[in-house]
Design a protein around this ligand. Sequence first.
Ligand SMILES: *Cc1c(COP(=O)(O)O)cnc(C)c1O
Length: 366
Amino acid sequence: MGLMIKKCIESIPEYVPGRTVEEVREKYGLGEVYKMASNENLYGTVPGLAEILSGYIKNIYYYPDGSSLGIRKKIGRTFGIPVENIIIGSGSDQIIEMICDSFIDPGDNVVITEPTFSIYEKAALKCGGFSLKVPLSGFRQDIRGLVGAVNKNTKIIFLTNPQNPTGTNITSEELNYVMDNVDSSVLIVIDEAYYEYCPEEARIDTSGFVMERDNLMILRTFSKIYGLAGLRIGYGIGPLEAVKALNRVRLPFNVNSIAQKAAEYVLDHGGHIAKIRERINSQKEIYYNVLDENNIEYIRSYTNFILIKTGKNSEAIVEELLKSGFIVRPGRNLGLPGYIRVTIATEEINSKFLKTFTEIYKNFGK
Ligand SMILES: *Cc1c(COP(=O)(O)O)cnc(C)c1O
């Protein structure tokens, strides 16, 4: 007979995790291994955090603040948003999950780009919904295509700005087009996981828009530029009606106490975060220069990663990089065969990587 597992679970693709540093170190007998596959901030988080947290660790026998009020207040003050419009998740992944749990009935759909961040589809499938996929257009999200794909069963449209895995942005004209042309009953979600990496002039004041609209929600995370990926904490800002629904499905203690305190601390260090952005963005220019010099194609990025064209021998290039101690994400796993996605690391690691990669490319590229 077997167990009676929900039908829709079968449609969820099994998650293929990236290689771990330990795995690669052991397999190839390497000393140093650099993980440049998941877009973490390799400079690490804000200095001084460990000392601050050690003071809180002695209280971990208590449950955390179930409503994450301290960090919601801090986010509210930082962006001028009422705390009622803010929700905290164990990573923004969890907020995506709460959104689908709150909006998707069996047979409903979400409109997404193909390829994009995998969690939108996963969260919809789990609810018995499915995704309508609109292909990238010139490595950018096809805004008109996405709006055109919305039908009477569409509950959510997921935009990612800047996008993953391409690193490309959405302009304010494009966002206005979406807001003006999608029915106000459809929730527009803008996932801004890499928002803080955008140069100031390329940013859209989305938190301002949220307060003017009834159907716009933005997601941000402490996993990327803030360097707290291992603690799992992210936030959403949205209309009251949506946030209230999410709070009904949210588990009572969904965010651990250490993550809440850590997020409060890093949010207070905007100056440090701005320096990380500058360093990453100037390192990105070095990537562009070296890749140009070697006639290697890439996509200009608004994030801390870069998509590089590796051609038909991509698998071999990924393997050679592993042997040299660099873990990158094969584009094949992200829906972009013939490319690799590389996280911009520190100055020292980047220069080692570029030297090794251009050598390997000479032998295997094209
Ligand atoms: C990394 C990332 C996230 C953040 O995930 P967390 O659960 O907050 O760690 C969300 N969206 C995109 C597109 C990402 O790349």
